[in-house]
Ligand binder design. Structure first.
Ligand code: NAD
Length: 434
């Protein structure tokens, strides 16, 4: 590379759609959710400010040399929202719209989620403001390794354990594990979860979040006296979470009638051929081009169905589309897909919402299994993993359902009551240092 190569910066991106005047942005949404739970925290409410402040937020510059010899700079984040119950835990997102506010909110939702399913972790999240689709594989590896080196000081198997999220996968986790291990001087498989099986990954991890969405959907349906067989399912996002959830509902006899991704939306009232659609996405990276009728976003959100599964990004169900949703329940595969205003609208319209902090907790639950297996270097069968996953998810959902019935609150507030109580009890027992 010549010494006079221009320095380029990741370009400024349009303000994300969820940051408009009637929408608070993810961190603001999270703060509203905490305000809603505070009246139910009793004497622990005096600690509630703990939940409104991330423990630690690291913003890092991630410079890499591009294949053409230019230097590009990307902004990276790792936020540890709370570590009262254990090490930080949460995914890493590569996306052009990632902001500190978003990562803060995602880290906080991880604290709540980990406490809701009672795995011994705090909450953390990371991200890089980059569109990975515009990078070559070598550039992606360099971005991942430099980012890992920059956050190396705050991660570790007993400190904070990253995992995959939007646009990151087993390969990215393998590079993160290798980079951390090289810096530490010994192989440390437990520093990340969602790794390839050959590097200490867990069987069942890749499908775990979608499987959890299915388990929660089935439990919620049972409580409403609704059959899964023949139920119409609509899924936004056909990546790791959405595609697996769609596949499991399809296998259980439900009809996946509409799917949307970042390119297009498809509709088939007879039910899409989900395995063929997964095959199509594996080869094309999108649902676009699959043989089915295409619909626009407005039509997508108005599709009549029994179960709507947002499994893409946050801020998707808003005051604008919530009045038109024609579902009996919403199972949140994505993190933060529903704004508080939309939550209220759905509640008034008697549409049940199974919140993200329980509905998509399957991923972190099997991440916990992976971490335990790495520490003991003893690996379980897929059957054992799925059985334990289903049991934890069912028990957590049933406890949330009961609190929701007892207090006449939404499942989201009920999940927050259980989780925030656990976090703040730990905080109170530990006390403040020094
Ligand atoms: P992914 O990258 O595998 O898939 C994301 C999907 O969303 C893709 O199909 C993409 O096309 C679609 N998408 C992106 N932008 C969109 C838009 N504007 N409109 C419609 N579709 C859009 O990501 P994933 O791992 O499946 O994660 C999806 C959501 O689930 C995220 O909110 C993530 O935080 C959450 N989540 C993931 C896991 C996990 O284990 N992967 C665990 C818990 C929660």
């Amino acid at each position: 590379m010549s010494s006079d190569s221009p320095i380029i910066t990741a370009s400024a991106h349009a303000v994300p759609s969820y940051l408009n005047a009637d929408n608070l942005g993810p961190w603001g949404i999270y703060l509203q959710q905490v305000d809603r739970v505070t009246p139910y925290l009793g004497s622990l409410a005096r600690w509630v400010e703990t939940l409104k402040r991330p423990k630690r937020a690291l913003v890092v510059d991630v410079p890499i040399e591009m294949d053409d010899g230019t230097i590009a700079h990307f902004e990276g984040y790792r936020v540890q929202h709370n570590t009262s119950r254990g090490p930080g835990k949460g995914g890493v997102r590569f996306h052009q719209d990632v902001t500190l506010s978003e990562v803060m909110a995602l880290s906080a939702w991880m604290s709540v989620k980990n406490a809701a399913v009672n795995v011994p972790y705090g909450g953390a999240k990371g991200g890089i403001r980059v569109d990975p689709r515009k990078l070559s594989r070598a550039e992606l590896e360099r971005v991942t390794r430099r980012y890992t080196s920059e956050i190396n000081i705050i991660i570790g198997p007993n400190k904070d354990i990253p995992a995959p999220d939007v646009n990151t996968n087993e390969q990215v986790m393998a590079w993160m594990m290798d980079t951390y291990s090289m810096n530490e001087g010994s192989t440390s498989t437990g520093v990340v979860t969602g790794k390839p099986i050959s590097l200490g990954g867990s069987l069942g991890r890749r499908e775990a979040t979608g499987r959890g969405v299915f388990v929660v959907g089935a439990e919620a349906a049972r409580n409403l006296g609704m059959e899964i067989k023949g139920a119409r399912i609509v899924v936004q996002g056909f990546g790791n979470v959405g595609s697996v959830a769609a596949k499991l509902f399809h296998e259980a006899g439900a009809k996946v009638i509409a799917v949307q991704d970042h390119k297009t939306a498809l509709f088939d009232p007879a039910g899409l051929d989900v395995p063929a659609l997964i095959e199509h996405v594996t080869h094309n990276g999108t649902i676009e081009g699959f043989r089915a009728e295409t619909i626009n976003a407005e039509q997508f959100w108005q599709t009549e169905c029994e179960i709507l599964i947002p499994a893409a990004l946050e801020g998707q169900i808003t005051a604008a589309n919530a009045p038109h949703i024609k579902a009996r329940m919403v199972i949140e595969g994505a993190n933060g897909p529903t704004t508080p205003e939309a939550d209220d609208i759905l509640r008034e319209r008697n549409i049940l919402v199974a919140p993200d902090v329980i509905a998509n907790a399957g991923g972190v639950t099997v991440s916990y299994f992976e971490w335990v297996q790495d520490f003991s270097s003893f690996f379980w069968t897929e059957e054992e993993i799925n059985q334990r996953l289903v049991r934890i998810m069912q028990e957590a959902f049933r406890a949330i359902w009961q609190v929701s019935q007892e207090n006449k609150v939404t499942l989201r507030t009920a999940a927050f009551i259980i989780a925030c109580t656990r976090i703040l009890q730990a905080r109170e027992m530990r006390g403040l240092y020094p």
